[in-house]
Design a binder for this molecule. Structure first.
Ligand code: NAD
Length: 443
C-alpha cells in the first residue's frame, strides 16, 4: 500500500482519526471542540467492549466529508460566497440520516461530531440508518426569505451528489425549518424531473411530511423526563423545570412538561432568559415570540442570563440549545436533579464527570432527543410507501420505540456499571460493529 494513503489508526498518531487518544488526554484535546468531545465519549464507551481494533478505527473516522464553497446572489445584486458541509459518519446500517444546520458558528469539527452522534442515535433506536450532518456557515436571521431560498437551493444542489432517498436524507436542525426542507425537496425533485418527497424529512405535511414530526423531539424529551422522574422517585406534579433554548425542541418540550403537570420556571434563547418561581405563562411567551421577540424582558418575570438559568434550583434542567453549554466551568454549580439533553452534545466529558460525582441523572442526547429522528424515519417510510398514518399511530409508534430504548439504556447502565451516556453509546457502537462484521470488509 502506498505509504501516503495509509489510514493511520489511533495507535498510530498523526491520523485524522487519532487527533485525540483514548481518555481524551492527548495534546490538542479541547473542551470547546465537539468532535474532540465526541471522540472522548467514544473511546470511553469502547473501553467496555471487546471490539476489533480496525472496526474501532473505522468508527472513529467519518466515512466521507464534503466541503462546498458556493455563490449566492443577494437581493442587492451582490454575489456572496458561503461555505457548507455534509458529513457521513457511517453507512453500514443503511442510508445516512441527519439534520442541516444554518449558523455562523458551524465548523467542520462540529458537523463531524453531530454526524457521529447521529450514527449512535439511529443505532440506539434500531433505525436502519447511518449518521450524517450538514451545515452552512450563515446567520439565517440576516438573510431575506428570497436569499435564504436561493442559498438553500444552491447548497442542496452542491450536496446532491450525496443526497437521495436511498443514500442520504436530511432533516431540520438549528436555524432550519420545514420551509427550508420544502425548498430542498423541491430542488432535488426539479433536478430529477418528478417529486421525490422521501429525500428529506421534517417537511410540511402538505408535501409528504408526517403528522407529529414537529412535536416529535419535544414529545420524546417529555417522555424521557417522566421515566427519569419515576426512577428518581419524584412526582411529576409540580416538579420544577428550566429550559435552555426555546426553538423547535425547547418550545415543544416546554408545552409537553406543562401538559404533564410540571411547573416551568425558566426559559431562555441565545440573548438571555426569564424566570418566574410561580410558573411561566407559556401562551403569552409564545405570542411574544411570534411577534419576533426573544424570551427576554417579559412582564411578570425576572430577566436572567443563560448562565444563571443553567444553575437554577430546579428538579429538571432541559438543555435544548447547542453543544458545550454544561462544562467544567459551571457543572459543579448545577443544582438540577435531572439533566435532559434535548440538544446534541450540551455536556462536555469534563462536566459529565462532575455531574456524575454529584449523582445528577443525565438523560443522554442520543436517547433524550431521539424522538425527532424516530418520527423522521416514520415520515420516510410513509413517503416511500405513499401511505400516511394518523397522528395517533405516529405517537403510539414513537412512544413504543422511546420506551424500549430508555429501558435498554437503563439495563445496560446496570450491566456495565456505567453512566447512562456510556450505556447508550455502548449499545449503539456494539450494534454498528456487529453489522460491520456481518457485512464483511469489501472486497
Ligand atoms: P432552533 O434553531 O429551533 O432553536 C435553537 C434555540 O436555542 C433558539 O431558541 C436559540 O435562540 C437558542 N440558542 C442558540 N444558541 C444558544 C446559546 N448559546 N445559549 C442559549 N440559547 C441558545 O433549533 P432546534 O431544532 O430546537 O435544535 C436545538 C438543539 O436540539 C440542537 O442541538 C439540535 O441539534 C438538537 N436537536 C434538534 C432536533 C429537531 O428535531 N429540531 C432533533 C434532535 C436534536
Amino acid at each position: 500500500m502506498d505509504e501516503g494513503l495509509k489510514l493511520e489508526t489511533s495507535e498510530n498518531p498523526g491520523s485524522p482519526c487519532a487527533i485525540i487518544r483514548p481518555g481524551g488526554s492527548s495534546k490538542g484535546r479541547s473542551e470547546d471542540n465537539p468532535y474532540a468531545n465526541a471522540l472522548t465519549q467514544f473511546d470511553k464507551a469502547v473501553s467496555h467492549l471487546n471490539l476489533k481494533r480496525g472496526v474501532v478505527d473505522m468508527l472513529r473516522c467519518p466515512k466521507r466529508e464534503l466541503s462546498v464553497n458556493f455563490p449566492v446572489m443577494m437581493d442587492n445584486g451582490d454575489i456572496r460566497i458561503f461555505r457548507g458541509y455534509r458529513v457521513h459518519h457511517s453507512v453500514v446500517k443503511g442510508p445516512t440520516k441527519g439534520g442541516i444546520r444554518y449558523s455562523p458558528n458551524v465548523t467542520l469539527d462540529e458537523v463531524r461530531a453531530l454526524a457521529m452522534w447521529m450514527s449512535w442515535k439511529c443505532a440506539l433506536m434500531n433505525l436502519p440508518y447511518g449518521g450524517a450532518k450538514g451545515g452552512v456557515i450563515v446567520n439565517p436571521k440576516l438573510l431575506s426569505s428570497r436569499e435564504l431560498e436561493r442559498l438553500t437551493r444552491r447548497y442542496s444542489t452542491e450536496i446532491s451528489v450525496l443526497m437521495g432517498p436511498e443514500s442520504d436524507i436530511p432533516a431540520p436542525d438549528v436555524g432550519t425549518n420545514p420551509q427550508v426542507m420544502a425548498w430542498i425537496m423541491d430542488t432535488y425533485s426539479m433536478h430529477r424531473g418528478f417529486s421525490i418527497p422521501a429525500v428529506v424529512t421534517g417537511k410540511p405535511v402538505e408535501i409528504g411530511g408526517s403528522l407529529g414530526r414537529t412535536e416529535a423531539t419535544g414529545r420524546g424529551v417529555g417522555f424521557c423526563i417522566l421515566e427519569a422522574l419515576k426512577l428518581r422517585g419524584i412526582g411529576p406534579k409540580n416538579a420544577t423545570v428550566a429550559i435552555q433554548g426555546f426553538g423547535n425542541v425547547g418550545s415543544v418540550a416546554a408545552r409537553m412538561v406543562q401538559e404533564l403537570g410540571m411547573k416551568l420556571v425558566a426559559v431562555s434563547c441565545s440573548k438571555g432568559g426569564l424566570y418566574s418561581g410561580d410558573g411561566i405563562d407559556l401562551s403569552s411567551v409564545t405570542r411574544h415570540l411570534e411577534r419576533g421577540g426573544c424570551v427576554t424582558n417579559f412582564a411578570g418575570t425576572d430577566s436572567i442570563s443563560n448562565e444563571e438559568l443553567l444553575t437554577l434550583e430546579c428538579d429538571v434542567l432541559i438543555a435544548a440549545a447547542v453543544e458545550n453549554q454544561i462544562t467544567s466551568q459551571n457543572a459543579d454549580k448545577i443544582k438540577a436533579k435531572i439533566v435532559a439533553e434535548g440538544a446534541n452534545g450540551p455536556t462536555t466529558p469534563e462536566a459529565d464527570e462532575i455531574l456524575s460525582e454529584k449523582d445528577v441523572f443525565i438523560i443522554p442526547d442520543i436517547l433524550c432527543n431521539a424522538g425527532g429522528v424516530t418520527v423522521s424515519y416514520l415520515e420516510w417510510v410513509q413517503d416511500l410507501q405513499a401511505f400516511f398514518w394518523p397522528v395517533e399511530e405516529i405517537n403510539r409508534k414513537l412512544q413504543y420505540l422511546m420506551a424500549k430504548a430508555f429501558e435498554n439504556v437503563i439495563a445496560a447502565a446496570k450491566q456495565f456499571r456505567v453512566s447512562n451516556r456510556e450505556a447508550a453509546q455502548i449499545l449503539a457502537i456494539q450494534r454498528i460493529s456487529d453489522a460491520t462484521l456481518i457485512r464483511g470488509i469489501y472486497p
